[in-house]
Ligand binder design. Structure first.
Ligand code: ADP
Ligand code: MG
Length: 469
């Protein structure tokens, strides 16, 4: 631990301090500073900074360095404390529940009238809610849920509403886990693994059918669960009522993926979407209203420069009318202004915030790609660097990919599969590609990387790390 703390101070001081040290040190002065030198000692500090150093440097991490840097750290910390633009940053976080939900009256009323029969003890129709990410689906459904439960007459209706977020891996990886989570929420227990699924299923049935109840289960981000498990599971759930003697169950599915229903088995589709509610994207004016209300609570007075809210709203409206994006832009712009020691959030901070979000999104998507995708991407990068070219063709990618698979002892996919991967890269914006005709020899795809050059090193680093290269 002591070593770690020393190293952090050592690193921070890189930013401002003069240091005498070995000439073979190659330093990068960004927030994720990484250094390489000739030894193999590799240590990770609390900040996630890793470095390789030789023993000379270890000796350097001593008290004289920490004393010198004390004053700089003082400066950073005290100006950070003084220059606090936020009154309550939590208000801009997704987990915060706003007091009012504007511009969703219509959808909330629709959902309320679909679920209202529950208050008379009647089973409600299954409901499918869909719309782009950040269009207020989750908060709207939660709002109706809370209002229903407030009016629930315990002992008469016995309404139970359970919410499951299928995006959480530990909850929705398997049918078993979803059932276990539901049982847990209903007050029962199941071993983490070990029981056959049909036994867990029976336990679930017993728990909900022990007395007369009306059960509504909300599966948020349901498309994530069904990607990993079969839609058979949903089929079983929607058919559950025929196995229940006392209780009744209905399902609410919420999805960001607009074509999710199309991919389902037709039987599941029709029973899941007995009713549908669509959440359209917000326009810039609506986003402005949402932001204004949150900004008032989140920031100290006079912190926002003229036009900041409009600009965040305009950016987010362009990006599928996503309120989450709008809130993130505002929060990150605030953090950037604070770090720059600025008393106001300026319009240019929104641009920086937008760049940061785009960058994080891109790096995250590279990090979470399947292995074969990562190999294909690395093959493209290596080929362009080795041959010093910008454009390459499907055949070049495939050859480079094959070589990489051979050297990493990975199974090689067919050229057709690699072409599919390239199409996906194109849709994700990692590459630009166009089909060109080669006359009699058919057609090929011309490919160009569209990862900004300043991110390329970072992307490579991520790929090397995930592929263990
Ligand atoms: P979705 O589930 O459609 O992805 P959410 O309901 O999670 O979207 O909303 C995303 C973020 O935007 C949340 O922080 C939420 O509080 C906020 N938000 C969305 N719509 C509104 C609205 N109409 N009024 C206030 N905040 C909203
Ligand atoms: Mg949601």
């Amino acid at each position: 631990m002591e070593k770690k703390a020393d190293l952090n101070i050592d690193k921070k001081s890189d930013l401002n301090m003069e240091r005498k040290e070995d000439s073979n040190l190659d330093r990068k002065s960004d927030l994720n500073i990484g250094r390489k030198s000739d030894s193999n000692i590799d240590r990770k500090s609390d900040l996630g900074i890793s470095r390789k150093s030789d023993s000379n440097i270890d000796r350097k991490a001593d008290s004289s360095i920490s004393r010198k840097s004390d004053s700089n750290i003082d400066k950073i910390f005290s100006s950070f404390i003084e220059n606090n633009l936020f009154k309550d940053k939590y208000v801009l976080q997704t987990s915060y529940t706003p007091e009012t939900i504007s511009h969703r009256e219509e959808q909330i009323e629709q959902i309320a009238s679909i679920l209202a029969p529950a208050l008379r003890g009647e089973r409600t129709s299954n409901l499918f809610v869909y719309g782009n990410t950040g269009t207020g689906k989750t908060i709207s459904v939660q709002c109706v849920k809370n209002e229903l439960l407030k009016r629930n007459d315990v002992g008469k209706n016995n309404l139970v509403i359970q919410y499951i977020n299928c995006k959480l891996k530990k909850v929705s990886d398997t049918e078993y886990r979803i059932l276990a989570e539901l049982i847990k929420k209903l007050g029962g227990t199941v071993p983490a693994t070990g029981l056959p699924t049909d036994q867990v299923y029976n336990k679930f049935l017993e728990m909900i059918d022990n007395e007369k109840k009306l059960i509504i289960i909300i599966f948020d981000e349901i498309d994530h669960a069904i990607n990993k498990i079969s839609d058979n599971f949903l089929y079983n759930l929607t058919r559950l009522n025929s196995e229940l003697s006392k209780s009744q169950i209905s399902i609410i599915g919420i999805s960001n993926n607009l074509t999710f229903l199309d991919d389902l088995d037709p039987r599941v589709r029709s029973s899941l979407s007995e009713e549908e509610v669509v959440f359209p994207p917000y326009n810039a004016l609506q986003l402005k209203d949402i932001l204004r209300e949150r900004a008032e609570k989140a920031f100290k007075p006079d912190v926002l420069d003229e036009g900041v809210i409009s600009k965040c709203a305009a950016f987010a409206a362009r990006d599928h009318g996503d309120a989450r994006r709008a809130l993130d832009l505002l929060r990150i712009a605030g953090e950037i202004a604070e770090r720059n020691n600025c008393a106001k959030i300026l319009l240019k901070d929104i641009d920086s915030a937008n760049e940061k979000i785009e960058k994080d999104k891109l790096l995250e998507s590279v990090r979470t790609q399947p292995k074969q995708f990562q190999l294909t991407l690395l093959a493209i990068i290596q080929y362009t660097e080795k041959n010093n070219v910008k454009d390459l063709f499907t055949g070049d990618v495939f050859n480079a990919y094959q070589e990489l698979c051979t050297s990493t002892r990975t199974d090689i996919l067919t050229q057709r599969r690699v072409s599919d991967i390239l199409k996906e890269f194109d849709m994700m914006g990692l590459i630009n590609s166009s089909v060109i005709s080669k006359g009699r020899q058919g057609r090929t795809r011309k490919i160009r990387l569209s990862i900004p050059s300043q991110l390329l090193e970072k992307v490579k680093e991520i790929l090397y790390e995930s592929l263990n290269l």
